[in-house]
Design a protein around this ligand. Structure first.
Ligand code: SAH
Length: 501
C-alpha cells in the first residue's frame, strides 16, 4: 500500500499539459452516458454516485475514445476489434508538447512562407489519432505513415469520415521489404502499449503496459539494430519539408515483454506493439535517419517508454552532433513516459542539452533506508560513485557535502553506467580525500555541483544537489546526473527499490 507521502508526491507531479482540454475538465462519464446512448451500457455508478467504466473491457475503452473524439473534437472515429485504442487526454499531451516546441524560439522559425504547421506521424496506426487531433485542435497538416494494410486502410477510413480535416491528412503506406516485418504472434491479444487513462475524477490509471522496469532489472540489449521496414528515409519524399515528426513506437521486443495487464484492456496487436530490438532499436533508426535528413524536419520527436532508453538515446544524440535535445516527462498514473526531441537546425539561442534552463537545485528523498545505513554511508557512496568515472570529488564530512566536478566525457560515462553499477562491490570505499572545506574549482567545460545529505527522520534522508555554474556548456546534463544518482542510491540503500522518482 503506498504511503501517504508517496501518494502526496504522486499527486504533486504534473499529469497533464496545461493546454490540454482535459487539464481542468476531465471526461465526465455521466454526462457522456446521458448524451450518447451507445456509451450508456458501459457506465456504472459507485455507492457515492461516481460514474465509472470497466477499463478491462476493450469495448468500453473504445467507446469512450469514440465519444470523446466526437463530443470534444467533432471527430468521427472507429477502430476494429483488438487494435490499439488510444486515450484522448494522454495523446493530447504529446500534441501540446510539440505545439510548445514548434512555437518556441529555441530554433529559428522556418523561412518559408508556409503558414500551416506540417507534421509526420511515424506509425499512425488504425486509430490515426495524432493526425486527427493535431488537425482538429491546431489546424496542422500531416503525413501519417504505416506498414500494415489494416492500419493504412483504417487510418484512411478515419480520415475520410472527417471531411473538415481530411484535406490536411495524407496517409502514406511504407513499402515493407519482404521479410523485414517480423513480429511475434499473429493474432490480437488483449494487451496495451502502456497508456494511462484519466478517469472522471481526474485521476490517471494505467493501461495495459507494464510499469517501466527500474533500470537495475532491465535486460534490454541496447546494441540491437532495427531490421524492419523503412522509417523516415525512403518514406519522406525528395524536397519535402516538415516542422516535426512524432512517433509512438512499437515499444517491445516481444509480446512476452509487452505482457498482459488484467486490469485494463486497450487492445494492441503484435504489429503495433513489437519490433525486433524494441523501442530502442526503432527510435535509434529514427535518429540515424535524422542524421541523413538533417533539416528536412525542424524537430524530430518520439515517445520513449523507459528511462534507461531515454538516457541511452540522449547520449547517442549528443554523439550524432545534433544542435538541440529536449526531453519531457509524461506522468501517467504509476508509470511515466518521456518525450524526446532533437534538431539539426542551429539554435537561435544557446540551449544545447535538455533541462539547460531548468532548475539548478534538485532534491530527492531516500525513504526506507536499511537499518545499518546512515547519512555518512550515503555520502561516501556518492563520492566513490562519481570517482569511479574519474570525476573530481571533494567530500566534506563536517558539512555532509560532496563537491563534484565532471568533464563532458565523465558525465557521459556516468549516464551510460546503468548496467555496470550493478556489479559494483557493495562494500564502501575507505575514507580518502576527505577534507573540511576545500574550495572547488569551476570550469565552463565541466559540470560542477554540490551534493548535500541531510537526515530527516530515522530511515529517511534528503539528498540535495545544487549546480555550481549554470552557464557551463554541460549544465544541461545536471538533472540527468541527479536522476542517475537517485536510482543508484535507491538501489543500494533502500528496502523498497522500485519507488524511484
Ligand atoms: N500512433 C498510433 C499507433 C502506434 S502503434 C497510436 O499512438 O496509438 C505503432 C504503429 O507503428 C503500428 O501501427 C505499426 O504498424 C507501425 N509501424 C511499425 N513499423 C513501422 C514503420 N517502419 N513505419 C511506419 N509505421 C510502422
Amino acid at each position: 500500500m503506498p504511503s501517504k507521502k508517496s501518494k502526496r508526491k504522486r499527486a504533486e507531479r504534473p499529469t497533464i499539459h496545461p493546454k490540454n482540454k482535459y487539464a481542468d475538465n476531465p471526461p465526465d462519464f455521466a454526462l457522456l452516458a446521458s448524451l450518447y446512448p451507445s456509451f450508456t451500457p458501459f457506465v456504472w455508478y459507485t455507492g457515492d454516485g461516481r460514474a465509472r467504466i470497466d477499463w478491462t473491457d476493450f469495448n468500453a475503452t473504445r467507446e469512450l475514445t469514440r465519444v470523446l473524439l466526437l463530443h470534444d473534437h467533432g471527430l468521427n472515429w472507429w477502430i476494429p476489434d483488438g487494435q490499439l485504442c488510444p486515450t484522448v487526454p494522454n495523446r493530447s499531451n504529446y500534441i501540446h508538447w510539440i505545439q510548445d516546441l514548434v512555437s518556441s524560439d529555441i530554433i529559428p522559425k522556418n523561412n518559408t512562407n508556409e503558414k500551416i504547421v506540417r507534421g509526420f506521424d511515424i506509425g499512425t496506426g488504425t486509430n490515426c489519432i495524432y493526425p486527427l487531433l493535431g488537425a482538429s485542435l491546431l489546424g496542422w497538416s500531416f503525413v501519417g505513415s504505416d506498414v500494415t494494410d489494416i492500419a493504412v486502410d483504417w487510418a484512411e477510413r478515419n480520415v475520410k469520415s472527417n471531411p473538415h480535416v481530411a484535406e490536411l491528412i495524407e496517409i502514406r503506406r511504407v513499402q515493407c521489404c519482404h521479410g523485414t516485418l517480423s513480429v511475434e504472434g499473429s493474432h490480437c491479444r488483449e494487451s496495451g502499449n502502456g497508456e494511462s487513462k484519466v478517469d472522471k475524477s481526474g485521476s490517471v490509471t494505467d493501461e495495459a503496459k507494464p510499469s517501466p522496469s527500474p533500470s537495475f532489472t532491465l535486460k534490454t540489449d541496447l546494441n540491437r539494430n532495427y531490421s524492419g521496414p523503412p522509417v523516415l528515409l525512403g518514406v519522406v519524399r525528395d524536397g519535402e519539408k516538415f516542422d516535426f515528426c512524432m512517433c509512438n513506437p512499437p515499444f517491445f521486443d516481444s509480446m512476452e515483454e509487452a505482457g498482459l495487464n488484467p486490469k485494463t484492456s486497450c487492445g494492441g496487436t503484435p504489429e503495433e506493439m513489437v519490433c525486433p530490438g524494441g523501442e530502442n532499436a526503432f527510435i535509434s533508426r529514427i535518429i540515424e535517419d535524422s542524421v541523413v535528413l538533417k533539416e528536412t524536419f525542424r524537430w524530430y520527436t518520439s515517445m520513449v517508454g523507459r528511462k534507461i532508453i531515454l538516457k541511452f538515446l540522449t547520449s547517442k544524440l549528443r554523439e550524432m552532433g545534433v544542435t538541440v535535445v529536449k526531453t519531457t516527462e509524461f506522468v501517467q498514473g504509476q508509470t511515466c513516459r518521456w518525450g524526446l526531441a532533437w534538431s539539426f537546425v542551429p539554435p537561435a539561442r544557446k540551449i544545447v542539452f535538455p533541462h539547460a534552463t531548468e532548475k539548478s537545485n534538485l532534491s530527492f528523498t531516500l525513504e526506507g533506508l536499511q537499518r545499518q545505513f546512515g547519512a555518512i554511508h550515503v555520502l561516501q557512496s556518492i563520492e566513490s560513485f562519481f570517482r569511479t568515472f574519474g570525476a573530481s570529488c571533494v567530500m566534506n564530512t563536517c558539512l555532509f557535502t560532496v563537491n563534484i566536478t565532471a568533464s563532458y566525457d565523465q558525465c557521459n560515462a556516468v549516464l551510460k553506467n546503468e548496467a555496470t553499477y550493478l556489479k559494483e562491490d557493495a562494500s564502501f570505499n575507505t575514507m580518502e580525500n576527505i577534507s573540511c572545506g576545500s574550495s572547488p574549482h569551476f570550469s565552463l567545460n565541466s559540470l560542477s555541483f554540490q551534493i548535500s545529505v541531510f537526515q530527516q527522520i530515522p530511515g529517511t534522508l534528503l539528498v540535495k544537489a545544487s549546480l555550481q555554474l549554470r552557464d557551463s556548456t554541460v549544465s544541461g546534463m545536471f538533472s540527468l546526473m541527479v536522476q542517475q544518482l537517485e536510482e543508484i542510491l535507491r538501489h543500494k540503500f533502500c528496502k523498497s527499490k522500485a519507488g524511484s522518482n
